[in-house]
Design a binder for this molecule. Structure first.
Ligand code: UT7
Length: 328
């Protein structure tokens, strides 16, 4: 039995630039009516092209460190969840450490697409079990706008850019404990949500024209079905193995991909609508940043109180999925 990681601080960040459905419908053949009816999304935030996610991650990280009330130099480990790294090399976790003025720390990128934060929580448990003196900064940031094909209306309307962060230690008086985390995957379904170009399985050389394979391609309907099924299952599984029922959960924060997916998962699990947190309407799908940003914004809105039990559930490319329980 490992000691549950203690949550000390959280942070979040979204860029200032808003891209609403009206503006999108001037870029690609779509409409506010189609997007809001099928996804619930009204607008999303877009990072200035070419900026790189580490600049968003740094703001979210600084907010989390400040919230934790610890000196930045006490961070010993940085986990950076992203599927849109600033570069193939160096790892963006190293870039982030430098931006935070830290050197000599453990840094690792975690690429599990939208599930990156929940996988990061699982890794945080392991790190703190192995090194109880560690202070882990878990950051999740994605610049989905950099890998969206703005000519593909079936995907470009869905995504946005953001970062979220959290600081964990193995003990001490924090804001809550990470009771449990559970993750899973199925690589056979990977082609249904795919960004091929830029990876070593695609041959390219200087001067090649960048084709659609460099951008997100998705079989939306199939992804939708699996997302609902997997998020429901991993939510039930984690509650069951912790001896909890739906009635014990005070707030459910699912991955923010599509309002219809969120509503379907919430209702299959039996949550009343007021216990299900949604910010997808104004953030879109921000991939790995989705859950930590949602938690941060829920807290900013005064929805997180001591004593609450919070359930997270995610789903993303891979396919990967997972759930986590936070006891505040
Ligand atoms: O982070 C996890 C990964 N992502 C997800 O979880 C997303 C999962 N999938 C979805 O959310 C939904 O499948 C979408 C929102 C992507 C699509 O909704 P849908 O109800 O499954 O629509 P569809 O793809 O079946 O398309 C229906 C119609 C098609 O036209 P026809 O063939 O019926 O004439 C599309 O061409 O809607 C058309 N369409 C659009 N029309 C206007 C697709 N995208 C658009 C658009 N604007 N943006």
């Amino acid at each position: 039995m490992i000691n549950a990681p203690v949550l000390f601080g959280v942070g979040g960040y979204v860029p200032d630039a808003v891209l609403d459905n009206e503006a999108l419908s001037r870029i690609v053949e779509t409409s506010d009516e189609w997007i809001t009816t099928r996804t619930g999304i009204r607008e999303r935030r877009i990072l200035a092209p070419g900026s790189g996610g580490a600049c968003m991650a740094a703001v979210a990280a600084r907010r989390a460190i400040e919230d934790a009330g610890i000196p930045p130099e006490s961070i010993t480990h940085i986990l950076y969840a992203t599927c849109t790294p600033d570069a193939m090399c160096p790892p963006t976790s190293c870039t982030l450490a430098d931006k935070l003025g830290l050197s000599g720390v453990f840094t690792a990128d975690v690429n599990v697409a939208c599930s990156g934060y929940i996988y990061g929580l699982t890794l945080t448990r392991g790190l703190l079990a192995a090194e109880p003196e560690a202070t882990v900064l878990l950051v999740a940031a994605d610049v989905m706008s950099s890998r969206v094909n703005w000519q593909d209306r079936s995907t470009c309307v869905l995504f946005g850019d953001a970062a979220g962060a959290a600081v964990f230690r193995a003990g001490g008086k924090g804001k809550g404990i990470l009771k449990d985390a559970l993750v899973s995957s199925n690589g056979a379904l990977g082609p249904l949500l795919h960004v091929g170009g830029g990876g070593s399985a695609t041959e390219f050389k200087p001067g090649d024209v960048i084709g659609p394979e460099f951008f997100i391609r998705m079989e939306g309907r199939e992804v939708y079905k699996h997302a609902v099924r997997c998020m429901v299952k991993c939510s039930r599984d984690i509650l069951e193995r912790n001896g909890l029922g739906i009635e014990d959960v005070d707030l459910f924060i699912p991955h923010q991909a599509n309002l219809r997916i969120i509503e379907a998962v919430g209702s299959k699990l039996g949550f009343p609508a007021e216990k299900v947190f949604c910010n997808v309407q104004i953030r879109g799908n921000t991939s790995a940043a989705s859950i930590p940003l949602a938690f941060y914004e829920a807290r900013e809105a005064g929805l997180i109180r001591p004593g609450m039990t919070v359930l997270f559930a995610t789903f993303g490319g891979g396919f990967t999925w997972g759930s986590a329980l936070l006891q505040l």
